[in-house]
Design a protein around this ligand. Structure first.
Ligand code: GLN
Length: 201
């Protein structure tokens, strides 16, 4: 089983480490021909407008869209969540995304003065206490379609109740960065998704 981390930009190394700590085989990928061998893909946090530009110039936009349509498990964190959204608010007019999750996300949603904050997010699918979630100029999810499962919301503070973790089929997205906290539960959950999907092929 081989999980790629899209290495156009963003915190690639942290995701490779978290996946490896879960016992998965993980590597950085940036070329279309590297996608073929993958059983799963992580789209890291970073800057979604830059990632969009680079995905276009590296010829990755259509190949990744095709793999998503074919059922490849993909996990997007923060900018990666934006890249998996069917609709982006406050994006750049020419901003492209891979899409696949029927949701509307708002970029930089938590406001300028709160560029970065940490808070609790309870995720039903994960056992144990609520996650300690790190948000860095994070998006939130404003609307979800009927096939999207809301997995987690901000627990307290001014953004309480905001949707920050979702799943649709083989696609998983969080507005926060579990790769920065050492809590492996989200990555383990994704590795499980990849295992189950590989077992069904
Ligand atoms: N604000 C960034 C964007 O719009 C996302 C930030 C992040 O990934 N930490 O892409």
């Amino acid at each position: 089983m081989n999980i790629g981390v899209l290495a156009l930009q963003g915190d690639v190394r942290e995701h490779v480490r978290a996946l490896t700590d879960c016992g998965a085989q993980a590597c950085a990928v940036r070329r279309p021909d590297e996608l073929e061998a993958l059983d799963g893909l992580v789209v890291p946090g970073g800057e979604s407008t830059t990632m969009s530009n680079l995905a276009v110039s590296f010829g990755l936009l259509e190949p990744i869209r095709k793999r998503i349509a074919g059922g490849l498990p993909v996990y997007g964190s923060c900018a990666g969540m934006i890249m998996l959204a069917d609709t982006i608010l406050d994006g750049r007019p020419d901003q492209e995304a891979f899409g696949g999750i029927d949701m509307v996300v708002r970029r930089n949603a938590f406001g300028r003065q709160v560029d970065s904050f940490e808070g609790a997010v309870a995720i039903d699918a994960l056992s144990g206490p609520p996650l300690h979630a790190v948000f860095i100029r994070a998006p939130w999810v404003e609307r979800t379609g009927p096939d999207v499962q809301v997995m987690g919301r901000v627990e307290g503070g001014p953004a309480a109740g905001r949707i920050v973790a979702v799943r649709q089929g083989n696609l998983l997205a969080t507005a926060f960065h579990p790769e920065l906290t050492g809590d492996l539960r989200v990555h383990r959950h994704f590795v499980e998704m990849v295992h189950r999907s590989a077992a069904h092929r």
